[in-house]
Design a protein around this ligand. Structure first.
Ligand code: URA
Length: 238
């Protein structure tokens, strides 16, 4: 489905804003900001950590070795990178690929929330710890939460967060790669489930929190979220 014209225009405006962004010191050392790319109307969005050397040079996400693996993983479930949307927590490269700093994540995160609001994916696949912790609002590490879909509401969008290992980490750790492949193999069932029965929005109204913050994950006691969880469980997604 094509995105609404207004949303396409808004994404274009947002891209230009990101490309000119000076909200944190990373703008001084980056070559190019990396907004993200792919299908603006995709039901599936991937969120990585930050641009690396090649991404910084080209202004495109996941074009290095980790990107090649991500493309292979997508191909294993019959998708191309053009059919999904790929973004990052940080839009500018941290020098020497160091970890993002809290102040950089704070400065950059409104862009990611807005991307999710405009793209309205049904599943957001977070790659690794930084994206998972930011979007879930939960500090539990990726080793514990990978492969477990979590119904959420972000910026008025009801979706499943689906944390998986970061491809860059899996490149050098065969056990992690095997787990990553298993988690990716379960994505089509989750997408089908999410498309057929999107979870109800979490009860917290968006207006009660800063515009760029996600609502807390729906509490387990919430009957609609619970119903979805049960449905996903029935699919063997948990
Ligand atoms: N790693 C990321 O997290 N993002 C990229 O764009 C490339 C590598």
């Amino acid at each position: 489905m094509a995105p609404a014209t207004d949303d396409t225009a808004a994404l274009g405006d947002l891209r230009r804003e990101v490309e000119a962004c000076t909200r944190c010191a990373l703008h001084e050392t980056r070559t190019r900001a990396v907004f993200g790319e792919g299908d603006h109307a995709s039901e599936l969005m991937f969120v990585g950590e930050a641009p690396g050397y090649h991404e910084d040079q080209q202004g495109r996400p996941f074009v290095g070795a980790a990107g090649k693996l991500l493309e292979e993983l997508l191909a294993s479930i019959g998708l191309t990178r053009q059919q999904v949307f790929i973004a990052n927590v940080l839009k500018s490269r941290p020098p020497n690929n160091r970890d993002p700093r809290p102040e950089e994540i704070d400065a950059c995160q409104p862009y990611l929330w807005r991307q999710i609001e405009l793209i309205r994916p049904k599943v957001v696949c977070t790659l690794g710890n930084h994206a998972t912790k930011l979007l879930s609002g939960d500090q539990t590490g990726i080793t514990r939460v990978h492969g477990k879909p979590r119904p959420m509401e972000i910026g008025g969008v009801s979706l499943y967060l689906y944390p998986i290992f970061h491809p860059a980490a899996a490149l050098y750790t065969p056990a992690m790669l095997a787990t990553l492949k298993e988690d990716i193999a379960r994505l089509p069932a989750l997408l089908a489930h999410a498309a057929g029965a999107a979870p109800e929005p979490a009860p917290e109204p968006a207006a009660s929190r800063p515009a760029w913050r996600p609502a807390a994950a729906a509490p387990a006691a919430d009957s609609s979220a619970q119903a979805e969880k049960t449905g996903a469980e029935q699919l063997g997604l948990f």
